[in-house]
Design a protein around this ligand. Structure first.
Ligand code: NAD
Length: 418
């Protein structure tokens, strides 16, 4: 039992020990690799629109400083607690190391339902959260980014709050900012574009065409919606989508541009159609070629893993598949899993490009961003598949092992500090 204990961190811990067993990491090295370097909890008071004072709990966990600053998103969601944030920080570490980025993992969040806040309250909370974090973050210490419930606008408020404190504009303190405030072209689309790119690589390996293939996507926020658009652009038929307000299914293929327009105009899927409404509880189990969880953790448990009926499981969300489900999937070699730390790495890869551009004040065009993104993803994809083939292990084991081994080697070479 420790402060992180809970369903999400317990999952990260179980996964880590499986990898540590496979890599034969001795017992006395394990806690050092797994446990976060720092965990910060803050109170974020704001004046609510109704005149009352409201206090929200905020967190930031910095997993390790071995390879450079820590890097990670900020989640505004009711589920946020220190254990969830720590698990996301740990996964972020293995993800950055797998992609070859000079970062440790971090994650932050506020326990709040962002959909229940007015725009003014969201700004107040975002600014207060960053203000409370100023002593603990910095462009060479810990760099924030968006995650569930936060977006480009929130990043602009973070950057502005930090810059006011410094007395100068410090664009490199956050990534995922609007392009007008030092963001990079292609960051907003990066995660979804990366997912679609890797799905194409996976389908290629299976000898299956993208054109006419069917896809189901859970979650229609930044990642889910861009993934849908990128897959549709490759000729994939998106037959099912859901968000926290609605779920739609059409075996003939949904009208993705119309869904995107509706979500952009209303901020949600609800209200798009009555005829196409479907049961969200069974969406993931419906037959399709490409299944993409792009919302929450732990949606594919052992029971769901036995029921899913797809050729490619592309984990766009962080931690959608439980360790129990992995055991079931190990008996289902018919399913090609693109594990989360590879599948959604496009986001942090382009965040890294944004940070590099901000530090140099030298900006790239979108074609250069995308070209470099696909090269990094392709390299990681090939490494994971080669390792999985060589050692006859699952793709997740291979991906995490590459990440964990990189962090471990650097810690060994450096000493005890980071
Ligand atoms: P977002 O806030 O933009 O969207 C989240 C989506 O999930 C929304 O459509 C919301 O309605 C939906 N959702 C929430 N609860 C749901 C439920 N019960 N059923 C179905 N849908 C539900 O967040 P995002 O940035 O798109 O992040 C989605 C996932 O991708 C998260 O796991 C996040 O950690 C991961 N991720 C995001 C990025 C990024 O660059 N934004 C990068 C890597 C990984």
């Amino acid at each position: 039992m420790d402060i992180y204990s809970g369903p999400v961190f317990d999952m990260a811990r179980t996964q880590f020990h499986r990898i540590a067993d496979y890599l034969e990491v001795p017992a006395d090295e394990r806690d050092r690799l797994l446990y976060p370097k720092r965990a910060i909890a803050v109170a974020c008071p704001i004046h609510a629109d109704d005149g009352t004072l409201k206090v929200f709990q905020g967190f930031r966990v910095q997993h390790h400083l071995t390879l450079g600053p820590t890097k990670g998103g900020t989640r505004f969601a009711p589920s946020v607690d220190i254990g969830e944030v720590a698990a996301l920080a740990v996964w972020m570490s293995w993800k950055c190391a797998l992609a070859g980025l000079p970062y440790g993992g971090a994650k932050g969040g506020v326990t709040v339902d962002p959909y229940a806040l007015s725009l003014r309250e969201l700004e107040a909370l975002s600014r207060r959260y960053m203000q409370e974090m100023i002593p603990f973050v910095g462009p060479h210490t810990d760099v924030m980014a968006p995650d569930m419930g936060t977006n480009e606008q929130v990043m602009a408020w973070f950057m502005d709050t930090y810059s006011m404190y410094q007395g100068q504009t410090v664009t490199e303190i956050v990534t995922g900012k609007p392009v007008a405030t030092g963001g990079t072209l292609g960051r907003r689309e990066a995660t979804g574009r990366g997912v679609a790119y890797l799905v194409e690589r996976a389908m290629d390996r299976l000898g299956a065409p993208m054109t006419g293939a069917t896809a189901i996507i859970q979650g229609f926020g930044n990642v889910g919606s861009i993934t849908a658009a990128s897959l549709a652009a490759r000729g994939v038929k998106v037959i099912g989508v859901s968000d926290h307000t609605a779920c739609y299914f059409d075996a003939k293929g949904l009208d993705v541009p119309a869904l995107l327009r509706h979500a952009a105009a209303t901020g949600k899927l609800a209200g798009f159609s009555n005829e196409l409404a479907a049961d969200p509880a069974t969406l993931l189990a419906r037959k399709c070629d490409i299944l993409i969880p792009a919302a929450l953790e732990r949606v594919i448990d052992a029971g769901m893993a036995a029921r899913i009926d797809c050729r490619v499981l592309a984990e766009a969300a962080n931690g959608p598949t439980t360790p129990d489900a992995d055991e079931v999937l190990a008996q289902r070699p018919d399913i090609f899993v693109i594990p989360d730390i590879l599948c959604n790495a496009g986001g942090v890869i382009v965040s890294y490009f944004e940070w590099v551009q901000d530090l140099q004040q030298f900006f790239w065009d979108e074609a250069e961003v995308n070209d470099r993104l696909y090269r990094v993803l392709q390299r990681a994809f090939v490494q994971v598949l080669d390792r999985a083939g060589r050692d006859k292990v699952a793709h997740r084991t291979a991906a995490m092992a590459i990440g964990v081994a990189k962090v471990r080697d650097a810690k060994k070479a450096r000493g005890l500090f980071p």
